[in-house]
Design a protein around this ligand. Structure first.
Ligand code: ZN
Length: 468
């Protein structure tokens, strides 16, 4: 039997319905949306703001275990940046067991749910045993992520990463041996993981190239051709232009800046997610925006690494799609990430409401343009495009991924639909997400997830093993 909900305020692509009637079928898809209760039907009332769940478009789940553990300097360190942080990350990778990998992922996926994300794109590169020997099951570590997502109920777009070299023209380092595949073994892994969809119908498998530093042009093209043969709609992700060091290395090695190289050699389109894309010149901004690719912004991770500022205003004005990832999980909150993105730009540009203006391709708004609404809607669309999960809007035919925001939490108290999303992003730090539905099923109710105590106990045990 389909279920009918009367949502006090229901988010729609062009505004709000207050109330809105949302009908969800047994298959978890939205059957109808209307401003009036269908004749002869009774509806379950949901108080507060009903908004679509967001897809987190970039995650390395295991890096959650490093959060708060690298914020110090010892000795006379000349510099401290992404590359010095990476050494600490590799030290942890060396000790990661499959059990710890799953336990950490389960905790971070639980956190994502509770902060309003209903799916994640997991950029997964720890494939093998410490030292590089393969597991008896080549998909062991991938299967651990699938199990963690299934345990929590979070939608998963799994992106096994092709990682073959330690830099342009350099072999992989000993610390990188857990990550390395040749293209044939990589495509075999993708094929194996696609078969897991029999048991996990909402699992999506995409392709990820670690970066243009870690794969050669020939490897990139062979992997893309192989993926295209398996699934021409598969999502394609790559780390790109995160640091000026990376831009310089690619320009010296391949003869073009990274995004320009992708534009010239891969036919970038809307299947692609350009993760970070921090350092773009004017030609790359225009080309990437026009390609339809999503820029995968991870504002808090980029800030903590000292990467630099993404050209958000220029990219947005060019009609570029963008979304949000929580990457190394300094926070697992979309609101925190959007606040960092907006406020970082305000500081840099010394002005307010930096993108609250109509975009060539952005959502349609009537009346004042609100920063919180623009950010939320862009992150929603970009996340759905990058994940391909089938949610991203509360409209007919989409997966019923619904968040109920509690209007009685201090952060939303006294607000109405016009400013509720501004308040969530810029009106306080309290998390107003009360209930989370994915595919028509409630996975969090009243802030409570039924597996939370067990997931936290497993995480605590994993951290004890990793840090002693
Ligand atoms: Zn990343």
């Amino acid at each position: 039997m389909p279920t009918l909900y009367e949502v006090e305020h229901l988010h729609q692509p062009d505004g709000w319905l207050s109330p809105g009637f949302l009908e969800v079928g047994d298959d978890g898809q939205i059957l109808s949306v209307s401003a009036r209760c269908p004749a002869g039907r009774r509806a379950e009332k949901l108080a507060g703001y009903g908004v679509p769940g967001l897809s987190n478009l970039h995650s390395h789940a295991f890096q959650r275990a490093l959060a708060g553990r690298t914020e110090f300097v010892t000795g006379a360190l000349a510099e401290d940046n992404l590359w010095t942080w990476r050494k600490e990350m590799y030290r942890m990778v060396d000790r990661l067991t499959p059990e710890a990998y799953e336990a950490i992922a389960a905790l971070v996926y639980l956190e994502m749910l509770k902060f309003g994300m209903t799916a994640v794109c997991e950029f997964h590169y720890v494939h093998h045993q410490s030292g590089g020997a393969h597991f008896a099951n080549p998909a062991e570590m991938s299967d651990r992520l699938i199990a963690a997502a299934a345990d929590t109920g979070l939608g998963l777009t799994l992106l096994p990463v092709l990682y073959a070299h330690g830099g342009i023209g350099k072999p992989a380092e000993p610390t990188q041996q857990r990550f390395v595949h040749d293209v044939d073994a990589y495509l075999a892994l993708i094929d194996t993981l696609r078969s897991r969809r029999t048991d996990h119908p909402d699992l999506h498998i995409g392709l990820a190239l670690h970066s243009l530093r870690a794969v050669t042009p020939e490897e990139a093209k062979a992997a893309l051709a192989g993926m295209n043969a398996l699934d021409p709609q598969a999502r394609l992700h790559i780390h790109v232009s995160e640091t000026t060091h990376e831009v310089a290395e690619v320009e010296a090695g391949l003869g073009a800046r990274p995004v320009q190289w992708l534009l010239d050699n891969t036919g970038l389109d809307d299947r692609w997610c350009l993760v970070h894309a921090t350092h773009l010149d004017a030609s790359e901004i225009a080309g990437a925006a026009a390609s339809g690719a999503v820029a995968g912004l991870c504002p808090l991770t980029e800030a903590t690494m000292g990467d630099g500022f993404f050209p958000l205003v220029e990219y947005h004005q060019a009609g570029g799609a963008w979304g949000i990832g929580t990457d190394s999980h300094y926070a697992t909150s979309i609101a925190e990430e959007l606040r960092m993105l907006e406020c970082g730009k305000r500081l840099e540009l010394r002005r307010r409401n930096v993108i609250a203006q109509p975009s060539a391709t952005g959502p349609v708004h009537s009346g004042p343009v609100h920063s919180g609404r623009v950010h939320f809607d862009m992150a929603l669309r970009g996340g759905e495009q990058a994940s391909g999960q089938g949610g991203g809007a509360l409209i007919i035919g989409r997966r019923a991924d619904l968040l109920m925001l509690d209007a009685d939490r201090n952060v939303l108290l006294g607000h109405g639909p016009q400013t509720a999303l501004d308040a969530w992003m810029l009106g306080g730090t309290e998390n107003p997400v009360r209930d989370v539905m994915i595919g028509g099923k409630w996975v969090v109710r009243g802030g409570y997830h039924p597996q939370e105590a067990r997931i936290k106990a497993n995480y605590r045990a994993a951290m004890a093993q990793l840090t002693t």
